[in-house]
Write a new protein. Structure first.
Length: 155
């Protein structure tokens, strides 16, 4: 009696086993990479959204009260500290050079208005405050456009 012969299909299947396992391992690794990428995106979204909300809150408070108090501007500075590391230099510069600067200008104009009587100086002050408030009103769209790429969760 001779050694039992192995059917041809068993030989073919055993030859395909190693490549099949390799392909499955690649598929699993690719899925893990996708999951990790999505997790990173979500984690960054949470961190970036804090800065977005801080700016929206500043704009909302100014438009609601018509004033940029020291407390409101300090709170904005505190909440946006370190923004350049999370949302980038462009948005951090926008926070400092645009939002914060205009809030300070509004605060100063409001303080100057307290001692000014009726007349052209008061009218000019009120006009400048009005321009700044209109500028703040337009910042909702600007802020959305600045953050769109940072807060987009599309794949």
């Amino acid at each position: 009696m001779g050694a039992p012969t192995v059917p041809a299909w068993v030989t073919v299947l055993s030859a395909l086993l190693t490549p099949t396992i390799a392909i499955l391992a690649l598929l699993i690794a690719w899925q893990q990479w996708q999951t990790n990428r999505n997790k990173l995106k979500l984690d960054l979204f949470d961190r970036r959204y804090v800065y977005y909300e801080a700016a929206r809150e500043l704009i909302g408070r100014i438009l609601t009260s018509g004033k940029a108090t020291d407390a409101v501007t300090f709170e904005f500075l505190h909440k946006t500290r370190g923004a350049q590391f999370i949302v980038g230099e462009a948005i951090a510069t926008y926070f400092d050079k645009e939002l914060y600067s205009k809030a300070i200008d509004l605060n100063c104009l409001d303080a100057e208005l307290q001692g000014v009587g009726v007349g052209p100086e008061r009218s000019e002050n009120v006009r400048k405050q009005s321009e700044i408030k209109k500028w703040f009103n337009a910042q909702h769209k600007v802020l959305d456009d600045l953050f769109r790429a940072h807060l987009d969760l599309k794949h």
